[in-house]
Ligand binder design. Structure first.
Ligand code: FAD
Length: 403
């Protein structure tokens, strides 16, 4: 049978932000390029369908920043889909620096625009975004199988996947591993190929906080079109707006320092003391009780950087997104970069006449340097966000040199 008449069977492991986009890109390929084969995509996800949790109404927004890099990747697949999926995102045209309290008791805010021409990034609800991508997949007939945890993998002539320790394998023409920083696809692939891999935890942790909507005409208690930063060198606080007027705020600090805030005998007192000294305006926004409760109950997250090479095993398997390059969140590019992986993969497939072997080999060869660079930018941006944004000399040089 010819390529045109026989669909290629593809498995995507992980229905996160990158796996969903990869599934959409392949499912749409023959609509945008008549030379593309039909791909029959199945998406496997170990967790339950997140859309079924909507009804509980208990879920709080956790947002992330979508940048031009990510938007370009969505547009390359289908601009109308991009518009639907990104509807409602809140543009952030600059950072709002929250300075330390001055001797008059004032907490000055300083706007630093990202660009001269209104360039910006955009705040979007992570859960809503993921659900919208899943809805788009339903609309194009991609089968998403939840409660399917990849537990084993065979790499014969065709890749075979095993889920939930079942013994009956699922066979595919090729697979994409989009199962996050602790990727099972990557782990199993490493048994079949010489993949170099490195992993490093940084000393910082993060803890999510919540700023509720304001009461009154303007439901936002601080400007919604800025990424808010309270830079304090060794630790910092950030906040991004949600459409309902709330803000998702994140505290970043050293694990050692956070131990006594979370587990210490005087944890509540220590949290309030730290905030009164460093972020008194944030106490007003979050609320004293809510702040103490958040440190007592919200989990602390670890920040891990991973890197590997190559990303593919011939034309049979390729890993994308955090599965291939988990980076620290300070540059807001993890998801954006994962979406860019999908765009680059599709371009290379087109260039190679949809020959996965050639395309995936070229992907590993050409993508690595860019991925290393963005991971470095991400780690370096901690210094930028946490301290350099309040260094007048640095800011002046940045302006003059047009960095
Ligand atoms: P994931 O989101 O981790 O999804 C992987 C999926 O695979 C999950 O659904 C998981 O359940 C599933 N899975 C895992 N194992 C298996 C298995 N064995 N079988 C089946 N399924 C499996 N990025 C940005 O671009 N902008 C930001 O502003 C931003 N902010 C961030 C803030 C924080 C605090 C953090 C920690 C990260 C942030 N990121 C941001 C990074 C971003 O969250 C990730 O890069 C992105 O989620 C990666 O998407 P992914 O689909 O590759 O992986």
């Amino acid at each position: 049978m010819s390529l045109e008449s026989q669909p290629q069977r593809v498995a995507i492991v992980g229905a996160g932000l990158v796996g969903c986009l990869a599934a959409l890109a392949l499912a749409n390929a023959d609509k945008t390029n008549p030379a593309a084969p039909a791909y029959e995509v199945t998406l496997f996800e170990m967790r339950p369908d997140p859309r079924l949790q909507k009804a509980s109404g208990q879920l709080r927004s956790i947002n992330l920043a979508v940048s031009d890099r990510g938007i370009r990747a969505l547009n390359a697949i289908d601009p109308q889909m991009a518009r639907r999926v990104l509807a409602g995102m809140i543009p952030m045209y600059g950072r709002m620096i929250h300075h330390k309290q001055d001797s008059h008791g004032e907490c000055r805010q300083e706007s630093q625009q990202y660009g001269l021409y209104g360039e910006g990034i955009n705040s979007i609800d992570r859960g809503v975004l993921n659900n919208k991508l899943l809805d788009e997949l339903d609309a194009v007939g991609v089968q998403a199988l939840f409660h399917h945890k990849l537990t084993s993998m065979g790499m014969g002539e065709k890749p075979t996947l095993f889920f939930n320790d079942e013994t009956a394998p699922h066979e595919f023409d090729f697979i994409l591993g989009c199962d996050g920083a602790f990727s099972a696809t990557r782990f199993h692939l490493q048994k079949h190929m010489r993949m170099n891999f490195a992993q490093e935890y940084i000393s910082k942790m993060y803890l999510e906080l919540y700023i509720p909507p304001a009461v009154g005409a303007d439901k936002f208690s601080i400007d919604k079109n800025h990424l808010h930063i309270w830079p304090r060198k060794d630790f910092m606080l950030i906040a991004l707006a949600n459409t309902n007027g709330s803000f998702t705020s994140t505290f970043f600090g050293d694990w050692d320092m956070s131990d006594h805030l979370v587990e210490g005998p005087d944890a509540s007192r220590d949290v309030l003391e730290l905030f009164e000294r460093n972020f008194p305006d944030a106490i007003d926004l979050i609320g004293r009780d809510a702040l103490v409760r958040a440190f007592a109950t919200n989990p602390r997250g670890a920040l891990v950087c991973t890197s590997c090479k190559p990303y593919n095993l011939a034309g049979k398997a390729l890993i994308l997104g955090d599965a291939a390059h988990s980076m620290v969140p300070f540059y807001g590019q993890g998801m954006n970069c994962g979406w860019e992986d999908v765009r680059v993969m599709m371009e290379l497939l087109e260039e190679s006449g949809f020959d996965t072997h050639k395309a995936f080999d070229k992907y590993s060869e050409t993508r690595h340097e860019d991925l290393l660079a963005i991971c470095d930018l991400a780690i370096n941006n901690y210094r930028e966000m946490a301290s350099k944004v309040v260094d007048p000399l640095y800011l002046l040089r940045k302006k003059i040199d047009g960095w």
